[in-house]
Design a binder for this molecule. Structure first.
Ligand code: NAD
Length: 557
């Protein structure tokens, strides 16, 4: 691959404004969103095409990226481009309401579905890891996760501390693409965040975007500063340059018990995501390339110790939860019997929202003009005046969130609400109140499009955690409904063999056709979450299904 081009900031700059460079706004949106995923302000390592989440990529290699961009340019309005693990493999005849792009990432036949097989195929250039929104071209930087993280800590504060984290010490690790949202989410809830991060440049990136307040090199100094802030009730976030295991060991030695304890290192990917604590960063980097088996031994040993320390601090009184990186399973694989003694964040804090079809809904202004997002903020605020937490979120987001790449916004909206918002945005485009079309999408960390037994579907009421028919149905119904691009992934969030999930994006271009598509897709997509949870026996979901005509029994009888 030596002769292939590398990341060229000029060449891969995201076009903005009203000028079309493709044959329709949907192709144009796909092209802009793919480039936006890779924008250096947005992606963690654009030079390797890595967007976030360990090695979550947007295209398989630079040749594939160039070919996708070229294909999107010539794609007609009755054709669909097929992407197989980050590479364009076909242009098929479809129709105007069909998705313009259909994507499948990292799929392996179940018996083969582990990192070992994946690594072999990736080395041969046959596959790419799409994570969740990286390979489905709807990543919007740390903002994409910040409301979810904020809501999770808010739910925790409500359950345990009377609604605020003021005067509480929250300890975590991993300040990457998603984990980088933790410090800001904790200070937004008025708490103190102490986060271990091995790579200094990651903390610097969070300081630049104001997601983190200070960086400290020395572990004891960082602990002291955090305790001071806790005592004063000051909202403060500290990134400490160290391994998570070293921070937790020091806390135990000093008998400092965090009020809240979690982790967002990329433990889902033991080889490319997690740094072991017993060897230097430099040696680890070399081993990764030259002796992956030995690297894995070190990494697994560290993850065992990491979870062991979390369990120890939990016993000492820390409210401890797994934050969706599968670290408990890694420790369990190594024989740590009680690894699952602390819960995952979905059953602990998020499931009631999933039962109402709620999840991380997001939108992006293709014009590139932040004023367009300000207009959409006002519309959302006026559409849902009774939703207090949404109003509070919009207020905080405007004040605290700096845009990365194309201006974007995220809001947790549920059944009925997404449809309303999408149609209102289409109207804004039609009437020229915003300058260019709006792209609407969501995370795969979502109500009805994921099967992930250690995360989104952990501890389902009826034991259906590993049933993966739901994400497949989600992708099928969004294709049938006319989403603009639809993707089906394997291994996102928690790693190979542990999840199947689907993504969808739809463009509001101001046309009547778009309005029809938005009406269908933004009803059906959260609807999948409502019926999935109703089927599993959740009362809130059954009520939501009845309220929105999604109850199949009622329709039949
Ligand atoms: P990332 O790969 O961009 O960042 C991971 C960070 O962890 C890196 O900065 C790395 O240097 C650091 N790290 C690794 N090992 C460490 C250690 N032992 N000690 C300290 N720091 C260490 O990944 P990301 O996008 O931030 O995602 C992090 C994890 O969270 C992934 O496993 C991802 O799948 C999961 N995730 C969770 C959610 C959620 O909502 N809970 C959402 C998305 C992703």
């Amino acid at each position: 691959n030596v002769s292939l081009p590398s990341y060229d900031v000029q060449k891969y700059q995201t076009p903005t404004g009203q000028q079309l460079t493709c044959k329709g706004w949907i192709q144009e949106a796909a092209m802009r969103m793919l480039l936006n995923n890779l924008n250096p302000q947005v992606a963690e390592k654009p030079e390797e095409l890595i967007v976030y989440g360990g090695r979550g990529k947007a295209a398989r290699n630079f040749k594939a990226l160039d070919d996708i961009l070229a294909a999107l340019k010539i794609l007609e309005n009755d054709e669909s481009l097929l992407i197989q693990s980050g590479k364009p493999v076909g242009i098929m005849k479809t129709h105007k309401d069909a998705p313009r792009v259909l994507i499948s990432n990292s799929q392996l036949v179940p018996k083969w579905a582990d990192w070992q097989h994946f690594d072999e195929l990736e080395k041969k250039g046959l596959m790419m890891y799409g994570q969740m929104t990286a390979g489905s071209w709807i990543y919007i930087g740390s903002q994409g996760i910040v409301q979810g993280t904020y809501e999770t800590f808010a739910a925790l504060a409500n359950q345990h501390f009377g609604g605020t984290l003021k005067g509480k010490l929250c300890v975590t690790a991993g300040l990457g693409g998603m984990g980088g949202a933790q410090p800001l989410s904790i200070t937004m809830n008025e708490g103190v965040c102490l986060a271990a991060e091995v790579e200094r440049w990651r903390i610097e990136k969070r300081l630049e975007t104001a997601y983190c307040d200070v960086m400290i090199e020395d572990i004891d100094e960082a602990i002291d500063r955090a305790l001071q802030a806790k005592q004063k009730g000051e909202a403060l976030s500290i990134g400490v340059v160290c391994n998570a295991v070293h921070l937790l060991e020091r806390l135990v030695q000093r008998s400092v018990v965090p009020d809240v304890l979690t982790d967002q290192t990329s433990a889902h990917d033991p080889l490319v995501g997690y740094w072991p604590h017993e060897i230097s960063h430099v040696l680890a980097k070399t081993l990764r390339e030259e002796n992956p088996d030995q690297y894995l031994e070190y990494a697994y040993h560290s993850m065992y110790r990491h979870v062991e320390l979390m369990l120890q601090l939990q016993k000492m009184g820390a409210i401890t939860f797994d934050y969706g990186n599968n670290i408990r399973a890694r420790a369990k694989e190594m024989g740590l019997e009680h690894a699952f003694d602390f819960p995952g964040f979905v059953p602990a804090y998020i499931r009631p929202l999933f039962c109402e079809g709620k999840g991380p809904f997001r939108w992006v202004a293709l014009s590139g003009d932040p004023q367009d997002i300000a207009v959409t903020d006002e519309v959302i605020s006026s559409l849902f005046p009774e939703n207090q937490s949404l109003q509070r979120w919009l207020h905080l987001a405007k004040e605290k969130i700096s845009f990365q790449g194309l201006p974007a916004r995220i809001c947790w909206l549920g059944q009925g609400e997404r449809e309303k918002a999408g149609l209102a945005f289409n109207e804004l485009v039609k009437t020229g109140k915003v300058k260019a079309p709006i792209v609407i999408g969501r995370d795969h960390l979502d109500t009805g499009s994921v099967a992930s037994p250690n995360r989104e579907t952990e501890a389902m009421l009826d034991g259906s955690d590993a049933v993966a028919d739901w994400p497949i149905l989600n992708a099928l119904v969004n294709t049938a409904g006319g989403a603009s691009w639809v993707s089906l992934h394997h291994g996102g969030g928690v790693g190979m063999g542990y999840s199947i999930h689907a993504g969808m994006v739809i463009v509001a271009d101001g046309t009547d056709d778009a309005a029809e598509r938005l009406r269908r897709v933004l009803r059906n997509d959260p609807g999948m979450g409502v019926i999935r949870h109703a089927d599993a026996g959740y009362e809130e979901a059954k009520e939501t299904a009845k309220m929105f005509g999604l109850d199949v029994e009622e329709r039949i009888h």
